[in-house]
Ligand binder design. Structure first.
Ligand SMILES: Cc1cc2nc3c(=O)[nH]c(=O)nc-3n(C[C@H](O)[C@H](O)[C@H](O)COP(=O)(O)OP(=O)(O)OC[C@H]3O[C@@H](n4cnc5c(N)ncnc54)[C@H](O)[C@@H]3O)c2cc1C
Length: 416
């Protein structure tokens, strides 16, 4: 299938990373005048399916953080290894890449970046246009079943059980699909423990019952999983039908992904709903309310940052009668209120993933990849990029940034 002067490049996976990589590869081949046959093999009917649904259809392309070291802090797995790749291609390069191709990105208050159109099709159309310009061959319904290393050093891909493609370089960018891990293993790689990341916690407790939609702008969360270290996060928190979600909780789930899996999603979470800096400050707040409202009913007067419904459920959790006035509260009752505001203990029992961004933690062992080129240290000519690697980020555009960065580097180095 290969004629003499053509370099054959195979990219397995038409997702974010595979497509981005193919474009970089084609651009380099074009600039250097290299005659390359670049093919993207996609198992399903369509490419870029996750990009389409990402960010609720808006595609959170990247994050506003510019500095590489700060960027790395958002990757529970791959923090150290991603520093050098980000020096080559980081968030600002992503913004520029799109801008140079007529796609402007904007950022929101929390740093997430989206196309100004608020439509993921803008990103997809941009990629398709580039792929046409550089004549990248995108082959859908092309499931790569296995790869064999040939005696001459080339790699043979089996497509849909019948056809073969002999490649000089192969990129595996199959995301969290099992088939990709299997192919990597068959070529000598190890796959680190897999676990879901970015999920909500299932919690049943009177304090949050039927309060879905209630949010807290600056909660402090402490997660205690028996037998493991504790995890801490702060930020926005959301009550859902099943328990808790929101940016701070999703971050917590990401950092504790493996430990939560090993504990079968059973843990204790301690919540400081208002994010006050100390128990004393929380006591001060409650003492002030009491002092200024002695004759008021406790159900009617509450910290202004809380909704009335949440406050009533907090009082119910404390077993305090709604008939009481503030002056009737005993010391013990006041202490209960303070504890449930500052360090409210809830039992986590299970996880949920619903329409949110989610990724797989774990993948190809980081020690087996050269992060300067994204080439395998075990099999020459084999490259990895995106979610198949044991790198994953918290929500906010960091997972796509991993896909773009590693794809860009692999794309550059697959052409020799
Ligand atoms: C609902 C949802 C929303 C998300 N939103 C965001 C967001 O807004 N921002 C963000 O940063 N991240 C987001 N993510 C995460 C992000 O989508 C992924 O991290 C990213 O898509 C990973 O890119 P990838 O190319 O490595 O893998 P994928 O995008 O998963 O692509 C892998 C491709 O490989 C194909 N494939 C697999 N095996 C084979 C095979 N054997 N042969 C041929 N093809 C194969 C698959 O069909 C797939 O098309 C979201 C994830 C989900 C699920």
């Amino acid at each position: 299938m290969k004629s003499k002067n053509i370099t054959n490049i195979a990219i397995i996976g038409g997702g974010a990373s595979g497509i981005f990589s193919s474009l970089r590869c084609a651009e380099i081949a074009n600039t250097k005048g290299i005659n390359a046959d670049i093919r993207v093999f996609e198992a399903s009917n369509d490419i870029l399916r996750k990009v389409k649904i990402s960010g609720g259809g808006r595609c959170n392309v990247t994050h506003f953080i510019k500095e590489e070291k700060n960027l790395c802090l958002n990757y529970p797995r791959g923090q150290k290894e991603m520093l050098s790749p980000f020096v080559s291609f980081k968030t600002t390069d992503t913004v520029k890449w799109f801008k140079d191709r007529g796609v402007n990105l904007k950022h929101e208050a929390d740093g997430r970046m989206f196309p100004v159109t608020d439509n993921s099709n803008t990103i997809i159309n941009c990629f398709i246009k580039e792929a046409k310009k550089y004549k990248v061959k995108i082959l859908t319904k092309s499931n790569i079943k296995n790869i064999t290393k040939l005696n001459n050093g080339k790699l043979s891909l089996l497509i849909n059980t019948k056809e073969n493609f002999i490649a000089d370089s192969v990129l595996i960018a199959t995301g969290s699909k099992k088939s990709g891990y299997k192919i990597a293993e068959s070529l000598g790689h190890t796959i680190t423990e897999l676990a879901p990341s970015l999920f909500s916690f299932n919690i049943k407790d009177i304090i949050i019952k039927d309060l879905q939609g209630t949010s807290f702008s600056n909660s402090h969360l402490n997660l205690k999983i028996e037998g493991f270290k504790n995890f801490y996060q702060q930020g926005p928190l959301l009550i859902t039908h099943w328990g808790l979600s929101g940016p701070a909780l999703l971050k917590l789930s990401s950092w504790a992904a493996r430990e939560m899996k090993n504990s079968e999603y059973k843990a204790k979470i301690f919540i400081n709903w208002l994010g006050l800096e100390s128990k004393e400050k929380t006591k001060e707040l409650i003492d002030n309310i009491k002092k200024n409202n002695t004759r008021s009913n406790i159900s009617k007067i509450h910290p202004k940052e809380l909704t009335k419904r949440f406050w009533i459920q907090l009082l119910t959790k404390c077993n305090i009668s709604m008939q009481k006035n503030w002056s009737d509260l005993t010391k013990i009752e006041l202490e209960k209120i303070i504890i449930n505001l500052f360090n409210c203990e809830l039992s986590v029992n299970g996880k949920s993933r619903y329409k949110e961004e989610f990724v797989e933690c774990g993948g190809v062992n980081l020690k087996e990849i050269n992060f300067k080129t994204m080439e395998s240290k075990i099999c020459t000519g084999l490259f990895f990029s995106g979610e198949i690697i044991d790198v994953d980020g918290i929500t906010g555009g960091f997972n796509f940034q991993n896909a773009w960065t590693t794809g860009w580097i692999a794309g550059k180095n697959m052409i020799r």
